[in-house]
Design a protein around this ligand. Sequence first.
Ligand code: G3P
Ligand code: CA
Length: 230
Amino acid sequence: MRVYAHRGASKQAPENTLKAFNLAFEIGADGIEFDTYQHNDGIIVFHDRTLIRRANTQGYLLSESWDKLRTLDIGDGEQIPTLSETLNTIPRGKWCNIEIKHLVDVALWVNDVKTALAQSQVLEENVLVSSFNHHWLRDIAALWPEVKIGALSASYELDCTASARALCAYSVNIALDAVDKSFVERVLAEGFNVYVYTVDEPEDMRMLEKWGVTGIFTNVPDKALSVLHP
Ligand code: G3P
Ligand code: CA
């Protein structure tokens, strides 16, 4: 079962920062998950629509210029990273999950991600693109059929592989609160991978591994690795 550091090693370092991503790979994580916004000045890595929680200042992320955003301290003196900077923390052969929180221009997004990838060591086959907005995923898949798509969901739908089938997805990425054994069995039986977020407790890690889950997103990759690979 692959261990992805959720927003980087976000228990030990500020989430979605280069420090958290570098630490994740020092710990030995298989990959990192991070959140992205398509800003006027390029793709940037951040979780919230607003700045208050991470930067202790009022305002919306997308209302501010990149020059202003770049001056903000989002913990331990870390700055908001670009997609390109983030991809450059990933060693060759390791994985990443680019979660999309905001997207306006799909063609520009695909072009920007491909350009950033080409300037990094990350292999295209190790990239998983996910979002709660499956319309964006459908449009991305149409322009970039080679990229792996993760149909992200917070609920166990009655037809739990409908989106994955429609998107020709690689995986269904499901909330820990919604997942059970039957969900995992059904999704795997239809040939899709299963990723679960956010898994920080050893008991849950062992249970998901037993069920055959493909990967977990965890804020504590150090703990996950010691539980799963003692
Ligand atoms: O991609 C899994 C998970 O990160 C989705 O929820 O709110 O932590 O971005 P959130
Ligand atoms: Ca996320």
